[in-house]
Design a protein around this ligand. Structure first.
Ligand code: ZN
Length: 414
């Protein structure tokens, strides 16, 4: 069993979010005391700020330039992920009434979505542990990221998606050589099936058994934005919300930049972007910061955000409230119009989740949420060029049932 506390000097271990127990960095992925979620904890006092800044600025043109603030070291075998451009968007800003508008264009990652970031960390940990299989439950983009990372590193991949997932995304994952398992049911049902399999198989399930590492990858978007703004936090960040992991880790990243002395000044206000057909977090924010209520049958053109029971839903609501942020739940019509506007004004082609983010920013701008000199960053997390690969033959969809999965995929499992 790998125990690797010495790999970064600042990593103290993993702290339980529920009972606060600190635990070593071994193979556990939930708290040994209470099964709560665990997160890496770093000793920020161990950093000399200017040395850390110099190390980052001299680092690779990838998310690994922030290795000091990550729980695992860069694997030599992987391709570069992250360090995507932060684009000043004056034409779009003029069109929607935002003075200092920036696009964090994370559609330019190897598999064309930001999910390459969390997967890079999960992959690094899987390789450390000597695992031979990567797996995930996905609404589409994660499937492609896992499949590409597995291919690059010679691992086997199983990706589980709702049968309604966009063909282009499934085709991408299959083209990388992954076994794509289409499940009849919602993402939440796919997720439960994967939870069972994660108990039974010694696979690197990126969003289960590797989750404490996986989730850390999402911090790097804000790290990059701050560095690209000259070591300043953006005044506002508009974040698409599926599971809520990206939004909560955006707040974690901001807190860590401040704790390490890399930035000072005002913290960012963090805003949630969700489609009206699946807006459990935005609805909770707009309804007085109440608890998140599950959405049973998500229905939206933004399928990558169709997660009715977000794992980090209540955490997202708390982060938004603490940061002084807000939220919107936008119509499919507004989402598609926003995708067009972004393409026409800035030459950036995004999947509908990006349209959700822009439509949210437009709604918030109309409400006067952004001051005249304040910087506003939109996270664009997925590329529209995902439907261009021809799909290899796919298996029939299965029920969300372990036995049916084993029967249908006996050959791939052998
Ligand atoms: Zn605990």
């Amino acid at each position: 069993m790998a125990t690797t506390l010495d790999r970064t000097t600042a990593l103290r271990g993993f702290r339980c979010r529920a009972c606060r127990t600190l635990q070593p960095a071994d193979e556990r992925f939930v708290c040994a005391e209470c099964y709560g979620p665990i997160e890496p904890e770093y000793d920020f006092a161990s950093f000399e700020t200017e040395e850390l800044r110099a190390r980052i600025e001299a680092g690779p043109a990838s998310l690994w330039r922030y290795a000091d603030l990550l729980p695992v070291a860069e694997p030599a075998s992987h391709f570069p992920v992250g360090w995507t451009p932060l684009l000043r968007a004056n034409r779009l800003g003029d069109a929607i009434g935002i003075d200092r508008l920036f696009l964090k264009d994370d559609t330019r990652n190897p598999s064309l979505s930001f999910k390459d970031r969390p997967v890079a960390l999960a992959l690094a940990r899987a390789l450390e542990l000597g695992l031979d299989t990567l797996a995930c439950a996905s609404t589409g983009n994660l499937a492609g990221a896992v499949a590409a990372a597995a291919a690059r590193n010679g691992l086997r991949a199983f990706v589980f998606v709702p049968a309604t997932t966009d063909e282009g995304k499934i085709a991408g994952a299959a083209a990388y050589g992954a076994t794509v398992v289409r499940v009849r049911g919602t993402y939440d049902q796919v997720n439960r099936l994967c939870g069972r399999l994660a108990d039974e198989e010694r696979w690197g399930f990126v969003n289960f058994t590797l989750r404490p590492y996986y989730a850390e990858g999402s911090k790097t978007l804000l790290f990059e934005c701050a560095e690209q703004l000259g070591w300043r936090l953006p005044d506002h960040v508009v974040v698409p919300v599926g599971s809520g992991a990206l939004l909560t880790r955006t707040a974690t990243a901001a807190a860590q930049l401040r704790a390490s002395g890399l930035v000072d000044g005002r913290p960012s206000r963090i805003h949630a972007a969700q489609p009206a057909g699946c807006a459990p977090v935005s609805d909770a924010v707009l309804d007085g910061y109440r608890e998140v209520r599950p959405v049973r049958d998500p229905l939206t053109v933004a399928r990558s955000l169709a997660i009715g029971t977000p794992a980090d839903g209540d955490g997202s609501v708390a982060v938004i409230r603490a940061s002084g942020g807000s939220a919107a739940a936008v119509s499919d019509r507004a989402v598609l119009d926003s995708c067009d506007l972004l393409a026409h004004t800035e030459g950036v082609l995004v999947e509908p989740a990006g349209g959700v983010v822009l439509a949210t920013a437009r709604a918030l701008a109309l409400q006067g949420a952004f001051g005249p000199d304040e910087s506003v960053v939109l996270y664009l997390t997925g590329n529209a060029y995902k439907g261009v690969v021809e799909a290899p033959p796919l298996g029939q969809p299965i029920a969300a049932d372990v036995d049916e999965f084993r029967a249908a995929y006996a050959e791939a499992l052998a």
